[in-house]
Design a protein around this ligand. Structure first.
Ligand code: GLC
Ligand code: GLC
Length: 813
């Protein structure tokens, strides 16, 4: 399968783009430890260390014209013909262009008039070093004299100030140049002890560090830059204004000859070394060591080989061979890769998130863990503790925190009364994956009580207690500022256009209630009961079950609308998401969570609610969030009614919540529906309609425009979305049915009847389970389980010692 812009290369785990003018910039990420880069298929993007707001190394202007402009550019001047191998910014027509987005790297190759330039961008695993490995080859029949220029613009680290406070930033830029290295040292003389190194592993023939000198003047853009056009660097030294890094490399290549060099971009933490060698002269020791290291033969290639090996290792924890090619390639490669990105970046930096607005989200990061925990469990452990430390002692949470400081960010708003419950889901998922119940005893403390040392289990209990306590007139949980649906603002009443819906209003005496939180509570309290069972704490388990039962009774009594579960009660206790409403009669989230929480299981309501979703909300491009879409602004409902019909929370297809319905179908044993629904939002399956879909075909998008929008089927906000983690859960645990449990690996697939066989390789607590499934035409049900040739009763594989490989066969029927 392919489209006019590219295709999957499943074998090499790459998406290959063969035309640069994709419908939207198609993004990839570099880095998975501390240093990260955004890199589009035309090399657009920027690099930061840990925190896209507080430690941004290179500049990027969002929503530029053209949209994606600024990045890791190379310019070629070949006998007066000037071009970029990545097509932008010059957009000179190329004889050949190819971009391969791989796992943690992007390789772009451009060719013109017999000169081929291949650039491989990646961040060295475990180091704060970004490499642009550049190979120039003369494929023509005659000798070529080529001038090559690198280009990127430095950012002054704190990105918000950098892009707004020009009265200051135009006067503070400072650089030094020594040999082939450019040192960006703005603010180093005062409070910073870090700088950015941009260097070339080969001797250079010139440089520029002033953007105006490189471009020609303040009136010239990157697409008409004079230095590459003239083929001669000006050796400019920036003083204020906009410092850049550009190296000139003169190459003389015989036919067939090629030369390879790397440009090295590094965040250098200067540590305690003396800052200066002489007044105004930076102590360059660390930068020099880095450049020397990566200039040595084989080091760059070795680092790249390490990156590939790391990914192969990480992905080998879960691989599956199933009959559907889309599910297969997404699950085995791209979905897990996307889970790494959401784990690292939460919702901070993408083509839609500027890296200055949001840090790590409390609910977002907890959910992201669900798709990450099997990849690198130790990192998940630390994250859970970091998140828990931003909970307050009353049970509420900082909605977001900055990754650099790990401190809660109150500007973003708070009192989202679902936040704390997600911590239970992530913690239980982590313990099931690892068996490490020791995490529950880790001292974490509460954000409003510095020095307090309550353990993680205390946080989970506080979370349960908070929801039980904070309930409204129907006995349902209060919604506070909003629940998962950030835009359902039932206590906001905002009439002021300049105010953020996310912070407006006062929830103090609010009465508005959320059925979705009730469903989520059912799920979370049952998780807690299971956890206590396993730990042998019977009375605690019983206590959780009592609370579960109490909430379930309220849900069944107060939330059922006749054909589906209502969504909420507003501040005046009127139903939201009910047939009584004119618009917004049925919502997706309460169906998903009530069903997953076990509501309607014995009285047929679960099935009926799901059928209502099918009837009213399902489309070929996914399930819309609610219907009918709101056509006017409702003061009492908030931001959800502010969006045009068919986009975002106003009846857009919010892919994240679709997955809860996918899991719901699995619970009900409807394998055909589960797969059909999954494919409706699966980007790989959108390749044939890419002109409509527009976004990256290799990662899930947050939103696809719903049927009320004129652009039904158009995707936005790819990459940083809870869809990544939840789809991994719905496909691996729901459809393929591989479910980590506290004391074994449960197998409970729910597949289309036509799936005759499939297999999974799963590393779990150090042992490898090679699972093969035979199906004689059912959707669900395991009739036989054999482990290393021995029949085992039930459908849970008992734990095997770490290091062992276990053959598992199951027969469905
Ligand atoms: C965004 C937010 C997430 C929220 C969702 C629905 O994805 O990051 O926190 O739950 O929108 O509003
Ligand atoms: C907007 C988005 C929503 C997000 C919220 C918080 O309302 O539509 O998805 O969660 O902002 O930033």
């Amino acid at each position: 399968m392919s489209n006019q812009y590219g295709h999957f290369d499943d074998e090499s785990r790459e998406y290959v783009i063969t035309r640069p003018d994709t419908p939207l910039p198609w993004l990839n990420y570099l880095g998975s430890d501390e240093m990260f880069g955004l890199c589009t298929n035309t090399a657009g993007g920027y690099t930061f260390w840990k925190d896209a707001k507080l430690r941004r190394l290179t500049r990027y202007r969002y929503n530029n014209v053209p949209m994606d402009l600024g990045g890791r550019y190379l310019y070629v001047n070949d006998g007066g013909v000037v071009w970029n191998p990545m097509w932008k910014p010059l957009k000179t027509a190329l004889d050949r262009y190819e971009c391969r987005h791989g796992l943690g790297y992007t390789k772009i190759t451009g060719e013109k008039n017999g000169v081929e330039v291949e650039v491989l961008y990646f961040i060295v695993p475990g180091e704060n070093v970004e490499i642009w490995r550049t190979r120039v080859t003369n494929k023509s029949g005659s000798k070529k004299d080529i001038q090559l220029f690198s280009y990127q613009e430095f950012c002054f680290f704190e990105a918000l100030n950098d892009m707004t406070n020009y009265q200051r930033t135009y006067s503070i830029g400072e650089v030094e140049i020594e040999g082939s290295a450019i040192y960006h040292k703005t603010e180093f003389r005062e409070r910073r002890s870090h700088y950015t190194l941009f260097a070339c592993t080969r001797a250079i023939d010139g440089f520029d560090t002033s953007r105006d000198a490189f471009c020609g003047s303040v009136h010239h853009g990157l697409h008409e830059a004079q230095v590459p056009a003239k083929g001669k660097a000006t050796n400019s030294k920036a003083f204020g204004w906009n410092p850049i890094g550009s190296h000139q490399v003169s190459l003389s290549l015989e036919p067939g000859a090629s030369e390879t060099m790397s440009f090295v971009l590094s965040y250098v933490d200067h540590g305690d070394l003396p800052k200066f060698k002489a007044p105004f002269v930076l102590n360059k020791q660390k930068g020099k060591e880095i450049l020397a290291k990566y200039s040595a033969p084989g080091v760059v290639d070795g680092a790249f080989a390490q990156l590939k090996a790391d990914w192969a290792g990480i992905l080998s924890n879960f691989q599956a061979d199933c009959p559907d090619e889309h599910a297969r390639r997404m699950l085995n490669t791209w979905n897990q890769y996307q889970c790494m990105a959401t784990f690292n970046l939460s919702r901070s930096a993408s083509m839609y998130e500027t890296g200055i607005g949001r840090g790590m989200g409390f609910r977002d990061s907890n959910q992201d863990l669900l798709g990450f925990v099997h990849l690198v469990p130790e990192r998940a452990r630390q994250r859970i503790l970091d998140i828990a430390a931003t909970q307050l002692s009353d049970g509420t949470c900082y909605h977001q925190y900055q990754p650099l400081t790990k401190k809660g960010n109150a500007d973003i708003g708070g009192d989202f009364y679902d936040d704390h419950l997600w911590l239970i889901l992530s913690t239980c998922a982590y313990i099931k994956e690892t068996g490490d119940k020791g995490i529950l005893k880790e001292p974490v403390g509460y954000a409003d009580k510095p020095g307090s040392k309550e353990d993680l289990l205390h946080h989970l209990e506080t979370s349960i207690a908070y929801t039980m306590k904070k309930r409204g007139p129907h006995g349902l949980p209060l919604i506070g500022h909003a629940d998962w649906n950030d835009c359902l603002n039932l206590n906001c009443f905002s009439t002021e256009p300049n105010e953020s819906f996310q912070t407006a209003g006062d929830v103090k005496d609010s009465k508005a209630e959320s059925v979705m939180i009730a469903g989520l509570f059912l799920y979370a309290s049952r998780e807690m009961a299971g956890l206590y069972d396993w730990m042998g704490q019977k009375s605690d388990a019983a206590r959780m079950r009592e609370q579960y039962a109490e909430m379930l009774a309220v849900v069944e009594k107060e939330a059922w609308d006749g054909e589906w579960y209502r969504r909420a009660y507003d501040a005046e206790s009127r139903p939201v998401g009910s047939k009584e409403n004119e618009e917004g009669k049925i919502f997706i989230e309460s169906q998903g969570w009530c069903v997953l929480g076990g509501a309607g299981a014995d009285n047929g309501r679960a099935k009926q609610a799901m059928e209502s979703v099918h009837k009213h909300l399902y489309t070929k491009n996914g399930i819309v969030l609610q219907q009918p879409a709101y056509s006017t602004y409702h003061l009492e409902l908030g931001e959800v009614t502010s969006y045009p019909p068919g986009v975002k929370e106003n009846a857009g297809i919010f892919c994240h919540n679709n997955t809860w319905i996918h899991l719901g179908w699995c619970l009900l044993g409807e394998g055909e529906r589960a797969l059909e629904y999954y494919l409706s939002i699966c980007p790989s399956a959108k390749e044939s309609q890419i002109e409509t879909y527009r976004a990256e075909p290799y990662v899930y998008a947050q939103m696809i425009a719903g049927k009320d929008a004129p652009v039904f089927g158009e995707a936005k906000n790819a990459w940083l979305t809870g869809t990544a983690a939840w789809t991994f859960v719905s496909v691996s645990q729901g459809i393929l049915g591989v479910q980590p449990q506290y004391d074994g690996l449960k197998l409970d697939p729910c597949v289309p009847k036509a799936w005759k066989s499939f297999s999974i390789s799963r590393r779990f607590r150090g042992a490898t389970y090679e699972i093969s499934v035979k199906n004689s035409g059912v959707c669900k049900g395991v009739k036989k389980l054999t482990v290393d040739g021995k029949t085992v009763a039930g459908n849970v594989i008992p734990l095997s010692p770490a290091g062992s490989t276990v053959r598992v066969e199951i027969e469905m029927g």
